[in-house]
Structures are given as C-alpha cells and as structure tokens.
Ligand binder design. Sequence first.
Ligand SMILES: Nc1ncnc2c1ncn2[C@@H]1O[C@H](COP(=O)(O)OP(=O)(O)OP(=O)(O)O)[C@@H](O)[C@H]1O
Ligand SMILES: [Mg+2]
Length: 158
Amino acid sequence: MIRFKTTSPEQTELFGKGLAKSLGAGDVIALTGDLGAGKTCLTRGIADGLGSTAHVSSPTFTIVNEYDGGRLMLFHFDTYRLSGPDDFLMSGLDEYFYRNGICVFEWSDIIDELLPEDSIRMTITGDGDMRLFECNCSEKHQCYIEEAARNAGAEVEK
Ligand SMILES: Nc1ncnc2c1ncn2[C@@H]1O[C@H](COP(=O)(O)OP(=O)(O)OP(=O)(O)O)[C@@H](O)[C@H]1O
Ligand SMILES: [Mg+2]
C-alpha cells in the first residue's frame, strides 16, 4: 500500500499525467471515492499524460467514454449506475479488458470482483483541497506511483 496527499486539483492532475507515462497496454486503474473525490480530475491527468487532447468529463449518459489521440486508447468507465457485476458482463463491457488500452473505472467497487488481478486500486478521500490517495497494486506499479506522486510535489507517506 502506498499513500500520498495532494493539495490541489492541479496537483492531482499532474500526478495522473506522470503516472500515465508508466502505464502499458491493458493496465486497469480502479478508483473509489465519494462524489467530488477527484476521480475524473485524476483521469483528466491520465488522458493528458497519454497525449490525448480530448476533454475528459464523467461519462454520465454512457457507462464508458473512449478517448483516442494518445499513446494508448483510454477507456473511462463510470459504473455508478450498474446494478452489479452481472450487469457489466451482460452488457459485454468486459470486452474492454482485452482491447489493449488503459481502463480507468470510477466507482470500481461495484465490479471489483471482475477486475484483473494486477489492477491498480486507488481510494480517494479528503475535504477542502486536500486528497489522500491510498493505492493497492503490484510492487512495480507502487514504484511508478511513488515517482509520479513525488514528481507532482505530493507528500508521500511511508
Ligand atoms: N486535491 C484535489 N484533487 C482533486 N480534486 C480536488 C482537489 N481539491 C479540490 N478538488 C475539487 O474536487 C472536485 C473533484 O471533482 P471530480 O469531478 O474529479 O470528482 P469525482 O470523484 O469524479 O466525482 P463524481 O463521482 O461525481 O464523478 C473538483 O471540484 C476539484 O476542483
Ligand atoms: Mg467523476
């Protein structure tokens, strides 16, 4: 587990931008955290870091938005309105795991049991302009996360 804090939306985006540089085809980032936690803000940074100029917003009317124009495709999910894992599977959305892009999930807890084993799981909490990121992932990804957090000027807790 790695934990770090950001103190502004810009810093969260900068972290996402840095993290994107280390992501590879098929990587999955699973985000949990309340409304306004910063899930979309982080995803915006990831899109930027992949080289996409697309405007990233929460996929409100669709479950998934697809962004191209970057080094890898970005599939941005909001699973908030899914009733559960069966709903995800019945809609054929698991197909995205095999499309060699980056999958980012907002409200990933709803489909947690379907996530690949090496997914990067992040929980975001906090208030005001402070956000605490708690990340569970492989050691390799922990190194990248720590580096991206430090490069963004975030305070890393050990
Ligand atoms: N350190 C921070 N990191 C990220 N966002 C922050 C931070 N401090 C304040 N904010 C604010 O928190 C809000 C985060 O909004 P965002 O849309 O990213 O949340 P979300 O988790 O995607 O919410 P939802 O579940 O509604 O989609 C923005 O208004 C942003 O300006
Ligand atoms: Mg959002």
